[in-house]
Design a protein around this ligand. Sequence first.
Ligand SMILES: Cc1cc2nc3c(=O)[nH]c(=O)nc-3n(C[C@H](O)[C@H](O)[C@H](O)COP(=O)(O)OP(=O)(O)OC[C@H]3O[C@@H](n4cnc5c(N)ncnc54)[C@H](O)[C@@H]3O)c2cc1C
Length: 354
Amino acid sequence: MTERVFNAYRETEPVWVHHLPISKYPQFPSLDHDIETDVCIIGSGIAGISTAYELITGDRVAHIISTLDLDCEFRYVPAYRHEADNKIISKGADYAGDAGIDAVFQKGFSVSGWDGDVSQEGAAVFAAQGTFHPTKYLLGVIEWLKAHPNFQCFADTRAMGVEEGRDNVIVWTEQGYIITAKDVVEATCIPLQDSSILAEMSYSRTYCIAIRGPRYDRLTACDDNNDYLVVGGCDHKVGQEDSLDRFEILATWARQRFAHAGSVDYHWSGQILEPVDHMAFIGKKEWKMHTYVITGDSGNGLTHGVLGGRLIADEIEGRENSWAALYEPSRMTVQHDIRFVIQLGSSTRDACSS
Ligand SMILES: Cc1cc2nc3c(=O)[nH]c(=O)nc-3n(C[C@H](O)[C@H](O)[C@H](O)COP(=O)(O)OP(=O)(O)OC[C@H]3O[C@@H](n4cnc5c(N)ncnc54)[C@H](O)[C@@H]3O)c2cc1C
């Protein structure tokens, strides 16, 4: 029988624990003394682990998987987007094509296993999208890091604050220990102590279910007869709508399309952080010299976590990266300044005309 382990909220759990229960995760001690290090990464999700990997050796997902020989269900599959209005998705496919992405609109396109009453009509098809089992991937990387002499990891160690000094950065923990580092990376999904970045994002909650289907629906492995179809969506602004029936809505949506779908075995949810300009915040924090952040994933945190690891490792190690400016967290400051000038201009005009 599959071991079921509940997450921190003790209400829901993702399908990713099906073949990889939390009890099989590598164990790390909590920090029980002060330490000094070159780089302190706070957070060991995909952003933190990717940063650690990139600092030790440079690489991306497909390459990392082949280099470390990770068994994490990695494969390239087409992605389909369909909506009631074919014009919208057709236009989206054209825009993606213009941007150099292999995407086309296919009228009458039919997804394998979709045998329900709802018609498919057409879809934008994005070729060769990489997909993988996120926790198998992360555990593979962390097992590799664990064996590396330059890597230490501490669990159950909450960072309470980060402060830059003249020569180093200090992180202090809930238990009262101090980490002294040359550079600190906040890979905590939601950044610590940073009201300016927090104010530049909106927050939604998104939901997923894993529903059993015959093997050809495959999204992630279940058992000898079934695979899991992962169905997500039903997003809403945090705190503004009831979340109770969202999993049921997703199950109904799936069953209307995949008539043979079986039981819903897993359901889980989490927050999406959406920057006002839809670009993640990755890089040096505003006014800081040695404190970095990876946040604002727009629901694509697996991509952003891996990308963020590379961008930050490049910045710390002084390598130029042509993508860095796009994600620079301080880019919003420029807009604030412009808004301020415009406001000042109009209020000055008002004062003059009254
Ligand atoms: C239902 C759902 C579906 C999704 N679907 C997709 C998808 O299809 N594709 C995709 O790319 N992304 C998807 N995402 C988003 C993706 O899972 C996340 O964006 C990504 O995992 C975030 O990774 P992270 O490393 O930035 O943060 P996290 O995984 O949240 O890791 C942050 C870590 O920092 C730790 N931490 C926080 N504060 C502190 C502190 N003070 N001290 C010490 N440690 C701290 C946390 O405990 C945690 O371990 C989905 C998310 C959900 C919930």
